[in-house]
Design a protein around this ligand. Structure first.
Ligand SMILES: [Fe+2]
Ligand SMILES: [Fe+2]
Length: 285
């Protein structure tokens, strides 16, 4: 096990999410189910959360935003970014695990089958492209994992909350208070989230997408917000409304994985048209 990258691949976190939020109890898992969940978490996943909670500080996020949000690394089209991301392989079992492109196509196809608007299908197709951060050498704990606000107290509803005791912001006189550096009901636009693939992709794509799609991308890993209803004191009225869309997207991310592998080549023309409808031939990454 690589100490800085304990997961077999970034998807191991998502497999764990599926266990934490099983489809059968989508509404309210009981306390005993949650205890079961914690008892059965794989050591690699636990080690991953430990690193994530220890290192996602306010200063760390500021530094990563500075490092990546100038978007000067590469110019690539969306399909090209999908193929680039696909070079990321989960070590657990590359033969049975879905590839990155297959996960994206399954989510998009499930959204399409439910006859949602074309921009919604597009979100399914691209939502995880920010994981190319792994290919830029970033550790897993700075790419995937549940996201949460920094600069204010870490909600006790975040999984493995106890690991935040090792975070240097834990005892900070301002960051450890409920609202921290933020005004009550300030709106999430003013809130800095922990760093990862959501925030990065949001900045790459935001100029080309409707606001509902921007929210789905930016907050799809914000499980404390969209599944646990935490941080309500930071939400604006508008955030509340737009989170309905984040919640609408979540099942397609978590539960669209089927054993049937999508046929990438036959789906490619439909999705290339869809990409061209919203995006220029190249984006800045
Ligand atoms: Fe994701
Ligand atoms: Fe995903």
């Amino acid at each position: 096990m690589d100490e800085n990258n304990p997961l077999t691949g970034p998807d191991q976190w998502e497999t764990d999410l599926e266990r934490r939020y099983p489809l059968s109890q989508q509404d309210e898992p009981s306390a005993s189910e949650f205890r079961n969940y914690q008892a059965e978490v794989r050591p690699t996943v636990k080690a991953f959360y430990r690193l994530n909670h220890q290192h996602q500080t306010f200063d760390f996020v500021k530094q990563k935003r500075k490092q990546f949000l100038s978007l000067e690394r590469r110019r690539m089209g969306v399909w090209e970014a999908m193929e680039f991301l696909n070079t990321l392989v989960d070590e657990s079992d590359p033969d049975t695990e879905l590839s990155q492109i297959e996960h994206l196509l399954q989510a998009a196809e499930a959204i399409r089958a439910d006859r949602h608007p074309r921009w919604f299908i597009l979100v399914g197709l691209i939502h995880d492209l920010g994981k190319i951060l792994c290919l830029f050498g970033e550790p897993q704990w700075a790419v995937v994992g549940d996201t949460f606000p920094v600069g204010c107290a870490y909600s006790s509803s975040i999984v493995y909350h106890e690991f935040f005791r090792m975070n240097s912001d834990w005892g900070h006189p301002v960051y450890s208070t409920k609202c921290g550096i933020y005004a009550s009901q300030t709106g999430l636009d003013n809130v800095m989230m922990s760093w990862g693939h959501d925030e990065y992709l949001y900045h790459v794509t935001k100029a080309h997408l409707p606001i509902e799609a921007q929210y789905m991308i930016r907050y799809h890993s914000f499980y404390p917000g969209h599944r646990e209803n935490a941080y309500q004191h930071l939400f604006s009225e508008r955030d509340q409304q737009l989170f309905e869309w984040v919640r609408k997207f979540n099942p397609y991310d978590l539960y669209s994985k089927s054993d049937e592998r999508p046929d990438v080549e036959s789906l490619k023309p439909f999705y290339q048209d869809l990409i061209a409808e919203f995006f220029p031939p190249e984006l800045a990454w």
